[in-house]
Design a binder for this molecule. Structure first.
Ligand code: 3EB
Length: 334
């Protein structure tokens, strides 16, 4: 028998307040298309990226309570029995350039985690305004990576546990750099993708500091396993494939997701992650005009059961048109 997952994730049509008012087990409610600077509750996480093409939905995380909430410096958090969600939004008009702001966000995040009962970040989402602005090493994404690497004083060559991550562009009009995460008392099991060069080993051409994340992590709690899938794009080896071909980029991203889940299965033995109705996918889209072709490709190539939303966001390489991340459950013996 597979146990109840430690974290339950879903997309819901009722408004954020409904979940914040009624859920004793609600760890977080993500609301899309709203500035992160206007969070009303420590469990409320407005995300600047607009949702495309569907009735607006919120993302709800639920876990065993009671849930305690609080603040740490500029960070707000919600803490259940075994899991913590934290989020931070730094106003770039106040906190300096992207490198400084990123460094500051990660400094705060780490000082929070050090004193938290749930010290290990499993996945970190980063939403970076105008992410492709600037050229070469001045590009804001690269500046963001630099600040992150300066704060996170680890040598990836030592193979420390690395969280999974997503880094996506928020609208250029957004003022806040947003970072949010899920943490637990034990590190996740890192999974790298055999089809892709590990991001922390990317060659110099992608920037002065490699991005620090694993392709996915597996949360193991109470005999259940959940797979936290990093932002996955049409990258094979370290190179972008299918430049300017949006449908092929979706297919390649899905092949990467499958290969990552297969690798997780290989590492874990009998438990296997599947894209089913217990999980969620987020599909990031650079050009809103591509919504229909992306949606159609996904409808053909990904299981219909898994709930998905489409968010407008720029991808961290100018030649990537789309990216997918998700949280899915693993089933024993499947
Ligand atoms: C890639 O495969 C796409 O900098 O945290 C994906 C997930 C990507 C996370 C990050 C970047 C990050 O390189 C980019």
């Amino acid at each position: 028998m597979s146990k109840l997952p430690a974290l339950r994730v879903s997309y819901q049509e009722q408004a954020a307040d409904h979940w914040l008012d009624n859920g004793e087990d609600v760890l977080a409610v993500f609301e899309f298309g709203r500035t992160p600077l206007e969070s009303t509750d420590s469990r409320h996480v407005p995300v600047a990226l607009p949702q495309l093409g569907q009735t607006k939905r919120v993302e709800v995380w639920q876990c065993a309570g009671p849930i305690k909430t609080g603040r740490w410096d500029l960070l707000r958090f919600a803490q259940g029995e075994q899991l913590t969600m934290g989020h931070i939004a730094l106003d770039l008009r106040v906190h300096g350039d992207m490198r400084q702001a990123s460094r500051k966000a990660y400094d705060i995040l780490q000082s929070f985690l050090q004193q938290s009962p749930h010290q290990w970040p499993l996945k970190i989402w980063n939403y970076v305004p105008d992410i492709n602005h600037g050229s070469g090493d001045d590009e804001l994404y690269r500046r963001f990576c630099l600040g992150r690497a300066e704060a996170v004083l680890i040598d990836p060559g030592d193979r420390p546990p690395l969280p999974a991550a997503t880094a996506i562009g928020a609208p250029a009009s957004e003022h806040a750099l947003q970072v949010y995460f899920l943490a637990a008392s034990l590190p996740g099991l890192d999974v790298e993708n055999p089809r892709q060069v590990s991001a922390w080993r990317y060659p110099r051409q992608y920037g002065p500091k490699s991005p620090l994340f694993s392709r996915g992590t597996i949360l193991r709690l109470n005999g259940s396993q959940q797979f936290l899938i990093s932002g996955t794009a049409s990258v094979v080896g370290h190179q972008t494939h299918h430049e300017n071909q949006v449908a092929s980029q979706v297919s390649e991203s899905l092949r990467n997701v499958s290969s990552l889940l297969d690798e997780g299965h290989r590492l874990m033995g009998d438990a296997r992650a599947s894209l089913d109705s217990d999980g969620i996918l987020k599909v990031y889209i650079r050009h809103p005009d591509h919504l229909d072709v992306i949606r159609q490709t996904l409808d053909v190539e990904a299981p219909a059961e898994i709930p998905r939303i489409y968010l407008q966001g720029d991808i961290c390489r100018e030649n990537l048109l789309t990216e997918i991340d998700g949280i899915v459950n693993c089933h024993a013996g499947a």
